[in-house]
Every structure is written in C-alpha cells, then in structure tokens.
Design a protein around this ligand. Structure first.
Ligand SMILES: O=C(O)CCC(=O)C(=O)O
Ligand SMILES: [Fe+2]
Length: 300
C-alpha cells in the first residue's frame, strides 16, 4: 500500500507502517449507506481511521454510528437520559476519565464492543495523544510454535478496573476476524486476568509477555489530535491507550457499535489449569467461580 492515495475523491494518508489512515474529502454528517460501505472497507484495510475537521453534533454522531450497526450504551459511562448510547469523557490536567492502559473496549463482556467512533471535542495543544496497536501483526510476528500454542488457549477477562470484578467473560487468546478472516491477538493489560488452561504462575508469565508484546512500538500508531476529528477503530484487531501527559482540558464524545462473540482460531485444546486445593488456591478462586457459574448456567 502506498503512503498516500486519492481514491474517488477521498484523500487517504497512511499514518504509520503498522496501521491507521487519515481520511479527507468526506463529510460524515452527510454520509449514507454507500459512504458507510466505503468507510467499512477502508477500516478493514487500516484498522483505525481518522477524519479531521468533522465537528459532528451528538445527533449526527449517533446517526453516523448507526450506519455500522446497533449502538450500545456503556455499562459504566453512559450519560443516560435520551441518548444512552452516547457518552462523554472529560479530563483536566491528566486527571479524570483517561483510558491510559492498553485495551480493546469492554472485553470483560461476552460480546465485546466492535467499532468505536470517537469525536475529539476539546484537546490539549500538547500531549493527550492516543496510541493504537495492530493485533494482526502482534499475532503474525510471533514464532510458529508460540502462535500454535496460543491458538489453543483462552483467557478470563474482568471489569475489575471499572469497579465490577463480577463482570467476567472468557475469550480465545487468538481470535479470527469475522470479515477479514485474519487471526489476531486478543489479550490486553486492562481487562485480561488469567489464561484459563495454565497454572496461575504460567499464566502470569505468558500474559506479562503477551501484553507487553502487544504494545511493541513497531505495532503502533501515535496520533496527535485536533478538535473536531472523528476517530473510528476496529476493536477486533487493535488495542489502544491514551497518553496521560497533558495539562488543560480533554473532552471526547463517543458512540460504540455493539459486539459479537469472538470466534476462536482453534477450539480450546486443554482443560482449565486449576490446581488441587492448597494454600495457593486463592489464585484460582476467580477462575473457579466463573467456571462453576458457567456450568450451572447461573452466570448472567
Ligand atoms: O480518549 C481516547 O482517545 C480514547 C478513550 C478510549 O479508550 C475509548 O474511548 O475507548
Ligand atoms: Fe477504549
């Protein structure tokens, strides 16, 4: 792919060697199903799209999001009222709502978010950049034995960081993208707690490696915002993180396209790595609780 191209009136400029493109020449306020198809295809190619100078009202933002599927209300952040699917995050001087840990959105849910559409309403002149990382590459650049091993594993995710450790889900460590058919790494620092099939010490070691591997510089894009820019990213094959290094105010608004159940690259190959009861059993408690609830059908 070239650095910059002009396709049917759209100016598309790649932003890093790994992922991301800035797109100009399209008014998202006026977009309909035809434009949505083009944008979706660009998103599959680049994983993250940035549209500068859009300045969407909340209603136009919601209408644009609805072109890509049903929108979800955020379990913790929704403003409620008439627009439960629309929310705003405000931070001042690096304090407040800053997502400064690598993650893919809401992997603590059975159906994690698919596409996020974010509007930068107010941003600091320096700092507060967002970084994204390409999880296809994070998978593809593992060695064949590591890829094969990870393909047989699943991981427990929870919403501990959001004050809801009881919200949990198990997902494949390597998932297959339902549109592109490509495999990607699907564990993240913020939500992923435990590799199900490994003992807790092994899980800590592998998760430590995979989560730092996922954010290696060469898989990433770092974007400096300007007000009115719309970002759109595919949570199925990327992770993101905000740099908490700014003074002044940072305000974003967001809608989210509802999720699907991640498809595993391979069915899980081993049973859970829970050890017999011992002094160390506290390390298995959370996984045990989740698995028992799943078996009894009692997990909501
Ligand atoms: O503020 C940002 O740039 C991204 C925040 C975030 O993690 C999100 O909206 O999912
Ligand atoms: Fe996020």
């Amino acid at each position: 792919m070239t650095v910059s191209e002009n396709v049917e009136g759209l100016d598309i400029r790649r932003l890093s060697g790994s992922l991301g493109a800035e797109v100009r020449g399209l008014s998202l306020r006026d977009a309909g199903p035809t434009e949505a198809k083009r944008i979706e295809s660009l998103l599959m190619d680049h994983q993250v799209l940035l549209f500068p100078d859009q300045h969407l009202s909340p209603d136009s933002h919601i209408a644009f999001g609805e072109l890509f599927g049903k929108l979800e209300s955020h379990p913790n952040l929704s403003l409620g009222g008439e627009r439960p699917e629309f929310f705003e995050l405000r931070a001042f001087g690096g304090k407040g709502a800053i997502a400064d840990e690598w993650h893919s959105d809401l992997t603590c849910q059975e159906e994690p978010s698919v596409i996020a559409i974010l509007h930068m309403v107010k941003c600091p002149s320096v700092g507060g950049d967002t970084m994204w990382a390409n999880m296809y590459k994070a998978y593809e650049e593992l060695t064949p034995p590591m890829r094969a091993f990870c393909e047989g594993l699943s991981a427990l995710h929870d919403a501990h960081a959001h004050g809801h450790p009881e919200n949990m889900a198990i997902h494949p460590v390597i998932r297959v993208h339902p549109v592109t058919g490509r495999k990607s790494l699907f564990v993240n620092e913020h939500f992923t707690r435990r590799i199900v099939e490994l003992g807790h010490e092994e899980s800590d070691a592998l998760l430590g490696f995979l989560t730092s591997w996922a954010s290696r510089s060469q898989f990433t894009l770092r974007y400096h915002w300007s007000e009115g820019t719309i970002a759109m990213w595919d949570n199925r094959c990327t992770q993101h993180c905000v740099l908490n290094d700014f003074e002044g105010e940072r305000v974003i608004q967001r809608v989210t396209v509802m999720g699907d159940v991640p498809e595993p690259a391979e069915p899980p190959r081993w049973s859970p790595g829970i050890k017999p009861v011992s002094a160390a059993s506290r390390h298995d408690r959370q996984l045990n609780t989740f698995l028992k609830k799943q078996v009894s059908g009692g997990f909501e």
